[in-house]
Design a protein around this ligand. Sequence first.
Ligand code: HSE
Length: 459
Amino acid sequence: RNVQTFNQRPGIARPLRAARMESVSVKPVKVGICGLGTVGGGTFNVLKRNAEEIARRAGRGIEVAQIAARRPNPKCDTSGAAITADVFALVNNPEIDIVIELIGGYTVAREVVMQAIENGKHVVTANKALIAVHGHEIFARAREKGVIVAFEAAVAGGIPVIKAIREGLSANRINWLAGIINGTGNFILSEMRDKGRAFEDVLKEAQALGYAEADPTFDVEGIDAAHKLTILASIAFGIPLQFDKAYTEGITQLTSADVAYAEALGYRIKHLGVARRTDKGIELRVHPTLIPADRLIANVNGVMNAVMVNGDAAGSTLYYGAGAGMEPTASSVVADLVDVVRAMTTDPENRVPHLAFQADALSDHPILPISECESAYYLRVQAKDRPGVLAQVASILSARGINIESVMQKEADEQDGLVPMILLTHRVAEQRMDDALAALEVLDDVAGPVMRIRVEHLN
Ligand code: HSE
């Protein structure tokens, strides 16, 4: 009876529905795609294939009015589309309402985004480097011009993690987040571990699949992950973007022996980005990390990404999905487009802030240098096979208040006669561990540098 009454009320249900139906048939929003590579091609294809459903969600059709590309993408049927090689012709095209920047890098992409904003156009970008390094300049100008700059695709490919933290968790004081946020690196580590493949060989495959950055050292040295972590930390804690203060360590020094020893101790090694709020400041660090093998995130393999977020109200939540690739990343680009289309007619003052917190309410809680960050450690000491070495190692650690959790000693290597001694420690400040390693490395019975990998239990 209630439903009937509601439907019969003039002025509520019918006009609303009618208005919505009409709005789908209003003039489509015109967008321009800058860059027709992996993500640009995926965006074009998804917009074309799902045009009708996307229009039903957005309330208006979305029409690709122009594409700026230096070369065609064989995976896209762009026949009939207006294509230009001059990206600024697109940005200055008065017909275009929203510019989608999928060029990448800090140079042309920055000019494209700034010019689009000057021209009063909204922007959707997948460019984490640009947002992490120049975000404040971009957002400040966007606020002045009353336009939106949306960047869901910049972090973790197809996972809507920006939206989850910025909107879904907005009740929470976020304590920490930790993520596998580089698909290429995770693909390399997974293939090396599961199939014993060589690093270079897997990297080449990641490049062929369109996962890797134009400069793949960004992937394997943790720079790409640090860009993404910078963005996540900013929207989680309401702090400015501070990429220059992120600690970054890559995966190129990892050995298959360490991967195997970690397994024997019940851990997996993952390339993790960690952002943690402490009383002294915010930890912002990317490095290889041992994670207990029974954590869900330890079992995230291949190009998949996952981000764990711990908030005071929600507790720990986990977001999982493809972190790179043509259509997963396009999924986030198109979701941003739909958001922009829905918000275009709203008052700019009342939109979701770019970095989750109001721009004039960012906190100056400092980013901690790595020496002041705290974690547990995995150490591999290459020791001479003599009595008393383990006692010396233990004494150096204990003199610095470093508590040993477990010790594993392997048989001597047939070639060099050295004994790998693997230790797990309790949590300690990095500075104290640096002192201990310096003391260990000068011992006569210790050969070469000590391998140190941080351990996070994520509980
Ligand atoms: N090179 C990035 C990765 C692409 O491998 O995760 C997605 O940002």
